[in-house]
Design a protein around this ligand. Structure first.
Ligand code: FDA
Length: 537
C-alpha cells in the first residue's frame, strides 16, 4: 500500500514538473502573440508602443497604482495584469479589442478606478487593463445645456467644466470628485440632486461606444436597446464607452448646505425615526443624507455612543429652507446658524469635506482626499425601522464599532420615473438607499477579512428591516458577496443571482441585449451580464 502511494506521489511530481513550465510557457506565448498583434494593428500616426506598460517597464507599478482607489486590492497577493494599455486614441482601443478577442485574453476596462471591489483592475484569470484616463475631454455647451464628456474624465472635471461656464447650471452625479465618468455613468450614478432631477443616467442623451467588432457607435447607430443598457446596466458588459453626452440641469446661483449632528443622548433615535417618515416626502429641492456612526461618548468617559449626522443640500436660499424645514421636519431643530449659502460648485466641495474657502479648481485634482482599504455593501429601505429596531441596530453598531450606515433619501423625481425606464430599477416604494461602509488603514489579508466580516455582520443584523425577495442592491456599490460569475457553462444561472438583486425585472432585457451585441461574451467580468445559454459559443 505504502509503495503504491509513493509511486503515485512520484508520478504526480513528475507530472507537475512537466506541466508547470508548460502552463507558464503557454501563458507567455499567448502574451507574446497578443503583444505582436497589438504592434501589427498599430497605426504609424498613433503608435501603440507609446501606451503599453508591461511588468518589465519601470513605470508599470505606478501606472497600475495611480487608479487603485481601494487599497484592499493593492496587496502583493492581488493578481496583476499582463500589461496596461493607456489608450490615447480610438485606434488603441480597437486594437485592444481585436487582439484580446483573437488571443482569448480577458480585458478589464478602467476609467476612474473607484469600483468598490476593484473589478476594473484585477482578475483571477490572465488579463490586461485598458486604462481610459487619457481620454478625458469635457466639452460644455451652455447654449443647448449639454456636454460631451469622455469616460476618462472625473466627475470633478465635469463639475468644474460646467461651473467655469455658468453659475446656474450643474449636473446630478456623485459627490466624490475623483470618481470616473466611465464606471459612474454606465452604472447608474446618484448624487444630492437626485430628488429633484433623478439619477445621473436619467440625464444622459447620447453616447459613443466601441463594440465587440471595434465599431464606434453613437446612440442612433447602436439603437435604443443598447443605449438603454449602457445607461445603468454597467458599460463593460456591452463594450467600451468612449463618451457620454449629458443634459445639464438648472441650479440656483445660491444654494444652502448644512450639517446637523445628534448623539444618542441628544435623542438621535427620535430624529432618525422621524427622518425615515419625512426624508423622501420633503420638497424635492431638499436632500438630507443621514449618516450613523459610533463615536466616543462625551458624557460617559470610556464609553461609545451613536451619532446621527444630517448632511444637506437645498437648491435655494436659507430663508426658504428654514421655512420648509419648520413645516416638515421641525424635530431636526435646524437653525439659521446651521445654514451656509454658497454657489453650487462650492457645495460640491462642502459635500466632499474640503475646508471653506478652498478654490473651486481643486475639482481638477485627481488625487483622492482619502485613500484607504474599504468594503461597501448596499440595501434599500422600504418601511421605516421601528424605534425598538433602531435601538437594536444601534446596540449592534456599538459592538461592531467600525461600520458606518449612510441613508440617501429617495422620493421626488426618483418616484416619478418608471422602474423600466433605465436598467436601475429601485424607484417608487423606496424611502432610501443604505450604504454600509467600513474603512481601515492596515495592510494585509487577515485584517481585511476581519473588517469585511464586520460589514457583513451589520448587513446581517439589518435583514428584518430592508427590502426582501430579493434583497436589493445598487450596481455602483459593487459587492461581490451577492454573487460571482465564473463565465463558464453556468454563467447564465450565476448571473441571475446578482443580476436580479441589481436590476430586478430589467435583468432579462439586459441579458437579451447582451446576447445580441456580444454573443461570444467577450466583455465579461465577475459580475457582468451573461448571454442566453443557447447562444454561448
Ligand atoms: P472603475 O474604473 O473602477 O470602473 C467601474 C466599473 O465600470 C468597472 O466594471 C469597469 O470595468 C467599468 N468601466 C469603467 N470605465 C468603462 C468604460 N469606459 N466603458 C465600459 N465600462 C467601463 N456612486 C454613486 O452613485 N454616487 C456617489 O456619490 C459615489 N461616491 C463614491 C465615492 C467613492 C470614494 C468611491 C470609491 C465610489 C463612489 N461611488 C459613488 C461609486 C462609483 O460610482 C462606482 O464605483 C463607479 O463605477 C466608479 O466609476 P470609475 O470609472 O471611477 O470606476
Amino acid at each position: 500500500m505504502r509503495t503504491s502511494i509513493l509511486a503515485i506521489a512520484s508520478l504526480l511530481s513528475i507530472f507537475l514538473l512537466l506541466s508547470i513550465p508548460c502552463a507558464t510557457s503557454s501563458n507567455d506565448s499567448v502574451h507574446e502573440a497578443f503583444l505582436q498583434c497589438l504592434y501589427d494593428q498599430s497605426q504609424p500616426s498613433n503608435p501603440i508602443s507609446a501606451v503599453l506598460y508591461t511588468p518589465n517597464n519601470s513605470s508599470f507599478s505606478s501606472v497600475l497604482q495611480s487608479y487603485i482607489r481601494n487599497l484592499r486590492f493593492n496587496e502583493t497577493t492581488t493578481p496583476k495584469p499582463l500589461l496596461i494599455l493607456t489608450a490615447l486614441d480610438v485606434s488603441h482601443i480597437q486594437a485592444a479589442i481585436v487582439c484580446a478577442k483573437t488571443h482569448g485574453l480577458q480585458m478589464k476596462v478602467r476609467s476612474g478606478g473607484h469600483d468598490y471591489e476593484g473589478v476594473s483592475y484585477w482578475s483571477d484569470s490572465p488579463f490586461f487593463i485598458l486604462d481610459m484616463f487619457n481620454l478625458r475631454s469635457v466639452n460644455v455647451n451652455i447654449s443647448d445645456e449639454t456636454a460631451w464628456v469622455q469616460s476618462g474624465a472625473t466627475l470633478g472635471e465635469v463639475y468644474y467644466g460646467i461651473a467655469n461656464k455658468s453659475n446656474t447650471h450643474g449636473f446630478p452625479a456623485g459627490v466624490c470628485p475623483t470618481v470616473g465618468v466611465g464606471g459612474h455613468l454606465s452604472g447608474g450614478g446618484y448624487g444630492n440632486m437626485m430628488r429633484k432631477y433623478g439619477l445621473t443616467v436619467d440625464n444622459i442623451v447620447d453616447a459613443q461606444i466601441i463594440d465587440v467588432n471595434g465599431r464606434v457607435l453613437d446612440r442612433a447607430a447602436m439603437g435604443e436597446d443598447l443605449f438603454w443598457a449602457i445607461t445603468g446596466g454597467g458599460g463593460v458588459s456591452f463594450g467600451v464607452v468612449l463618451a457620454y453626452k449629458i443634459k445639464l440641469v438648472v441650479v440656483p446661483s445660491i444654494v444652502t448646505v448644512f450639517t446637523v449632528e445628534r448623539t444618542y443622548e441628544q435623542h438621535a433615535t427620535d430624529v432618525v425615526y422621524r427622518w425615515q417618515q419625512v426624508a423622501d416626502k420633503l420638497d424635492n429641492r431638499i436632500f438630507i443624507r443621514m449618516i450613523i456612526d459610533v463615536v466616543n461618548s462625551t458624557t460617559k468617559t470610556g464609553e461609545k455612543t451613536i451619532r446621527a449626522s444630517f448632511l444637506s443640500l437645498f437648491l435655494g436660499d436659507s430663508k426658504t429652507l428654514l421655512s420648509l424645514m419648520n413645516q416638515s421636519f421641525p424635530e431636526l431643530g435646524l437653525n439659521q446658524t446651521d445654514c451656509i449659502e454658497m454657489s453650487w460648485a462650492e457645495s460640491v466641495l462642502y459635500w466632499t469635506g474640503f475646508a471653506s474657502g478652498t478654490p473651486v479648481d481643486i475639482l481638477l485634482s485627481r488625487t483622492p482626499q482619502v485613500l484607504t482599504h474599504l468594503k461597501r455593501k448596499s440595501d434599500y429601505l422600504q418601511q421605516p425601522i421601528p424605534k425598538d429596531g433602531l435601538e437594536f441596530i444601534f446596540q449592534k453598531m456599538i459592538e461592531l464599532e467600525r461600520p458606518v450606515l449612510t441613508f440617501n433619501p429617495y422620493g421626488g423625481r426618483m418616484s416619478e420615473i418608471p422602474a423600466s425606464e433605465k436598467p436601475f430599477p429601485h424607484r417608487a416604494g423606496n424611502i432610501a438607499k443604505i450604504q454600509y461602509a467600513t474603512n481601515w488603514n492596515e495592510d494585509g489579508v487577515e485584517i481585511a477579512n476581519h473588517y469585511v466580516n464586520l460589514t457583513r455582520k451589520l448587513h446581517g443584523y439589518m435583514t428584518p428591516f430592508v427590502s426582501k425577495f430579493p434583497r436589493q442592491a445598487f450596481l455602483n456599490y459593487r459587492d461581490l458577496d451577492i454573487g460571482i460569475n465564473h463565465n463558464g457553462p453556468n454563467s447564465f444561472l450565476e448571473g441571475a443571482v446578482y443580476g436580479v438583486k441589481y436590476f430586478l425585472g430589467n435583468y432579462n432585457r439586459l441579458v437579451k441585449v447582451k446576447t445580441k451585441v456580444d454573443p461570444g461574451n467577450f466583455f465579461r467580468n465577475e459580475q457582468s451580464i451573461p448571454v442566453l445559454p443557447s447562444r454561448r459559443k
